[in-house]
Design a protein around this ligand. Structure first.
Ligand code: C5P
Length: 222
């Protein structure tokens, strides 16, 4: 059984998807982290992502593998564990930019579909899981939340992780960055961010993580 959870950033998607998978005993896949791993590789190899030839060459040589270690997924790029490098600001920005490129999406779409070979029960979290990658998924969820609520969540997360961020980052800047990423995701030609016509929409603006998880579990059971 495949469950897809899509939506923009700051809707609580990752935490919710992880918890839903845990509760059901399903495998959880964070597809945003795959885009981030490729973005990290582009940065680490000092590749100009706008140079199509160089980018394609890099993609051809980039082997991305996922390994479960102590219950957590680790992302390996050409044999190196890059998991700890995926949440930096440059990687966040570049992952959003390269996600508009066909060759990048083709490579990761293939990898994502390969993950379900065999009889697997999984929760896939991303932007195009219910629309493009798994259009036949049994349950599709699309999470939304008001932009300011999403920005506040992201800002609080940033500062909780690194209190010194409070000096350089503001709620306004976080909101602007989120809106720029949303705009790129929603308006790209390939696999834009949108709800599948058969997805259940949940507005998480005034819901706790546990309330969203409960709603999804109820939906799945029904
Ligand atoms: O979800 P996360 O913020 O980690 O995703 C990083 C970036 O990858 C997003 O900004 C989005 O542009 C892209 N992405 C995508 N399709 C997915 C998952 C993520 O385009 N299925």
């Amino acid at each position: 059984m495949i469950i897809t959870i899509d939506g923009p950033s700051g809707t609580g998607k990752s935490t919710v998807a992880k918890k839903v998978a845990e509760k059901l005993g399903f495998t959880y896949f964070d597809t945003g982290a795959m885009f981030r791993a490729i973005a990290y590789g582009v940065i680490a190899n000092q590749i100009d992502y706008k140079n199509q030839e160089l980018l394609i060459h890099f993609l051809q040589s980039a082997e991305l593998t996922l390994k479960n270690q102590h219950g957590k997924t680790h992302f390996y790029l050409n044999g190196s564990d890059v998991t700890g490098h995926l949440r930096t600001a440059p990687v966040t920005l570049l992952s959003s930019k390269i996600s508009t490129i066909k060759e990048v999406r083709d490579k990761l779409s293939q990898l994502q579909r390969d993950l379900v070979k065999g009889d697997i029960s999984a929760v896939f979290e991303g932007r195009d899981m219910g629309t493009v990658i798994f259009p036949k998924a049994e349950v599709k969820i699309f999470l939304t939340a008001a932009p300011l609520v999403r920005a506040k969540r992201r800002y609080d997360e940033l500062v909780a992780k690194d209190p010194s961020m409070a000096q350089s980052m503001t709620l306004e800047k976080t909101l602007q960055a989120i809106q720029e990423r949303d705009e790129r995701d929603e308006n790209r030609e390939i696999a834009p961010l949108k709800a599948a016509s058969d997805a259940y929409l949940i507005d998480t603006s005034s819901l706790s993580i546990d309330e969203v998880v409960e709603q999804i579990i109820t939906l799945i059971k029904s």
